[in-house]
Design a protein around this ligand. Structure first.
Ligand code: C5P
Length: 236
């Protein structure tokens, strides 16, 4: 059984403090986005890719960026929304509008270039069994809820029960679409897709992810990603 994948890559990346949009920053001589697209493309369980990019990058991606890449999976490009949730929802609605809407869906952030083919497969297989699955890792730091002013701690979470959610995340397509519809209707914003299901009482299964599958958010993440990639290539 195969599934399409949505890659949300329409973020502006303010926290990178760079004039170049995050997905096109250079990571070991190549645009950061190459890595997530290629990891998804190399996964035989993925039948097509819906790449969601900023309106301003649409023509560049369609006419230049994708043409230069030799991908084996068909890729469609869509303009994104004002936040991640909206970008994913636009991808889901596009898929639903096709003659044959998919049964399953994989979501993987363009900002996680170090994802492996193995974890994409494991998460999708777990979703086939449980309807909803995510990659997540246990946290090593002690996690605090802070006061609204962000100057004072409020309380400490039980570290044993706190895991950091990553992407890939995979779901039954109708289930995720419904969760997005409900979230939009109720004005709920979540920072990942699983949270939209959790609020409706659905269980989401965890596949232990990989610590190296970091999200590029701040400049230090890019340095770390370069080190990890170099060590994978045996250059360190
Ligand atoms: O910044 P954040 O952690 O929300 O970004 C996660 C992913 O969502 C990134 O790959 C980013 O490009 C994407 N995103 C998007 N549309 C937005 C904002 C973020 O596709 N409007």
């Amino acid at each position: 059984m195969r599934a399409p994948a949505i890659i949300p890559a329409a973020g502006v990346g303010h926290r990178m403090k760079s004039s170049v949009r995050k997905q096109f920053l250079t990571l070991l001589d190549r645009p950061l986005l190459d890595y997530s697209i290629e990891a998804v493309d190399s996964c035989k369980m993925i039948e097509k890719v819906i790449l969601v990019v900023c309106e301003d990058d649409l023509a560049f991606c369609r006419d230049r960026y994708l043409k230069k890449r030799r991908l084996s999976t068909p890729v469609e490009i869509l303009p994104g929304g004002k936040d991640r949730q909206e970008s994913v929802y636009l991808g889901l609605r596009h898929l639903q509008s096709l003659d044959e809407a998919p049964q399953w869906i994989v979501i993987h952030d363009g900002a996680r270039p170090l994802v492996t083919n193995k974890i994409i497969k494991e998460v999708l297989k777990a979703a086939y069994k449980s309807m909803a699955a995510i990659a997540a890792v246990p946290v090593s730091d002690t996690m605090k809820i802070v006061k609204e002013d962000k100057l004072w701690t409020d309380k400490t979470l039980d570290r044993e029960k706190v895991w950091a959610a990553q992407t890939p995340q995979a779901f039954s397509f109708p289930l995720l679409l419904e969760a997005h519809k409900q979230a939009e209707k109720n004005g709920f914003k979540g920072t990942d897709d699983a949270s939209l299901l959790e609020r409706l009482g659905h269980s989401v299964c965890i596949v232990e992810g990989e610590d190296e599958n970091i999200k590029i958010t701040r400049p230090v993440d890019l340095k770390l990603a370069e080190l990890i990639l170099s060590s994978r290539k045996g250059a360190l």
